[in-house]
Design a protein around this ligand. Structure first.
Ligand SMILES: NC(=O)c1ccc[n+]([C@@H]2O[C@H](COP(=O)([O-])OP(=O)(O)OC[C@H]3O[C@@H](n4cnc5c(N)ncnc54)[C@H](OP(=O)(O)O)[C@@H]3O)[C@@H](O)[C@H]2O)c1
Length: 163
């Protein structure tokens, strides 16, 4: 258990917003590619609402969906009903936690790595999450991308948990 990497992967506006009307508030193709690079081959844990916001199953990744509804199911996914069950279903060395806000809050205490895309705008939205607390997280890399094509500037930042 102690050796495994549990990575939070999220894009967050400077004002904390991560979602709007059940979707992402922006379209950032470079961030979608970054998300794919980070999550490919890892089991992904997500909330039922985030799963329902996806266009479909994401290839080459297991989808472990947290829901309280024991009758809920969808083709190609594994429904689970608690954090412990989600983690037991994902015994691999690297696990991705991909949202939304409720699921980030639940799994944050278990996470070892935090991959944050800082989206440099104040986004309009209805779902937010806090920035990584510097008492818990140490920044180890940062890559900045300028605003282009009407899209905001953004930064890929990697934090690891302080020991
Ligand atoms: N910017 C980003 O990187 C990013 C990433 C992911 C999502 N998002 C956005 O975030 C929004 C969705 O986030 P959200 O916080 O509203 O929803 P969410 O975290 O995706 O899902 C919430 C659902 O998870 C289930 N759940 C929560 N706690 C649980 C527990 N303790 N045990 C079992 N199941 C539990 C419940 O499902 P049931 O209702 O079925 O019981 C709950 O309604 C969308 O706008 C999405 O686009 C943004």
């Amino acid at each position: 258990m102690s050796e495994r990497q549990i990575q939070i992967v999220v894009a967050r506006a400077d004002n904390g917003v991560i979602g709007k009307d059940g979707k992402l508030p922006w379209h950032l193709p470079a961030d979608l590619k970054h998300f794919k690079r980070l999550t490919l081959g890892t089991p992904m844990i997500m909330g039922r609402k985030t799963f329902e916001s996806l266009p479909g199953l994401l290839p080459d990744r297991r989808h472990i969906i947290l829901t309280r509804d024991r009758s809920w199911s969808a083709p190609g996914v594994e429904a689970v009903h608690s954090v412990d069950e989600a983690l037991q279903r994902a015994p691999s060395n690297s696990i991705s936690v991909v949202g939304g806000a409720e699921i980030f809050a639940l799994l944050m205490p278990c996470a070892t790595d935090f991959y944050l895309t800082e989206v440099h705008c104040d986004a309009d939205g209805d779902t937010s999450m806090p920035a990584p607390d510097s008492a818990d997280w140490r920044e180890v890399s940062r890559e900045h991308h300028l605003a282009a094509d009407g899209r905001p500037a953004f930064s890929f930042v990697h934090f690891i948990r302080r020991r």
